[in-house]
Design a protein. Structure first.
Length: 280
């Protein structure tokens, strides 16, 4: 199992914390003079039963400079470069698991062909897994998410013949299960991965940073905030009861944590890097 950061990027802090006042969220997540906060874009590689699974693929690089100007991409290892550092070539990836089809999560899965007129899979031998609900939602698009669902990121996957539409929650690979969420975007898939005697939750955009663990600390990007609250309650209670470890996709400072009950509710307990967990 390997975790790496594809890139850092910046977003508006108010958008990331929704109704929570800046005087509160700024105590736990700092912003710059333009109210922008720095996020990571981590990807996780999981090997199980002959599968080499890549979770999410980052922004990619198909769009023009104008598109990326407001995102402020910086740092990180890159997608292909990050995989190479972990010992993988694109052809080694057997499965690409896309939590959802927003551009920062799926864009790197498709690249331009030489000549830049058409597109092809970045991982030519992989099956791309997307929930059916998310695929159908993203394919018809909507005004709220139009700048996140980009045709060039999505349609080539369907045309490739490598698309698997996930119909139900549960085990997708041995030791690799999913549950579905509908608050952030319909059909968001969150993976739960067994590792020895532990279980890891790649929290994705359900709980993007450690600061989003409190139940009502949620993003304004969520389509239905009340559903997000219900879904967070479900995974937080399950995680606390079973000793799950959270792996954060977007937290600039913290990769992983476990949980404890406090007078204020479920909160982070110990904070650590994934490599430290794997060494135990």
């Amino acid at each position: 199992m390997h975790l790496f950061n594809i890139t850092n990027f910046k977003v508006d802090g108010g958008a990331m914390f929704g109704v929570i006042p800046k005087i509160l969220w700024s105590r736990v997540y700092s912003s710059d003079e333009n109210n922008l906060i720095n996020l990571t874009l981590r990807s996780l590689v999981v090997e199980t039963a002959g599968h080499v699974i890549l979770i999410d693929t980052g922004w990619g690089d198909k769009q023009d400079e104008k598109f990326f100007r407001h995102i402020n991409l910086h740092g990180g290892e890159g997608l292909i470069e990050g995989l190479k550092k972990k010992g993988y070539k694109p052809e080694d990836i057997t499965d690409v698991f896309l939590t959802h089809l927003h551009a920062d999560h799926c864009g790197g899965g498709i690249k331009r062909k030489k000549g830049r007129k058409n597109y092809e899979l970045t991982f030519p031998d992989a099956i791309y897994h997307v929930s059916r609900t998310q695929w159908e939602w993203a394919s018809k698009n909507n005004l709220r998410e139009a700048d996140s669902f980009l045709e060039e990121n999505i349609l080539p996957i369907g045309e490739s013949g490598h698309l698997n539409l996930v119909e139900e929650e549960g085990e997708l690979f041995p030791g690799f299960s999913t549950f579905f969420c509908y608050g952030h975007t319909p059909g968001l898939m969150i993976p739960i991965i067994k590792y020895m005697d532990k279980a890891l939750v790649f929290t994705g955009d359900l709980i993007p940073t450690i600061a989003h663990i409190p139940i009502i600390w949620n993003m304004s990007y969520d389509i239905e905030s009340l559903k997000t609250i219900e879904e967070k309650q479900r995974i937080l209670n399950e995680a606390l009861a079973n000793g799950y470890i959270f792996v954060f996709q977007h937290d600039e400072h913290i990769e992983c944590c476990n949980l404890e009950m406090t007078p204020k509710g479920i909160r982070a307990k110990e904070k650590f890097d994934l490599k430290d967990l794997l060494l135990k």
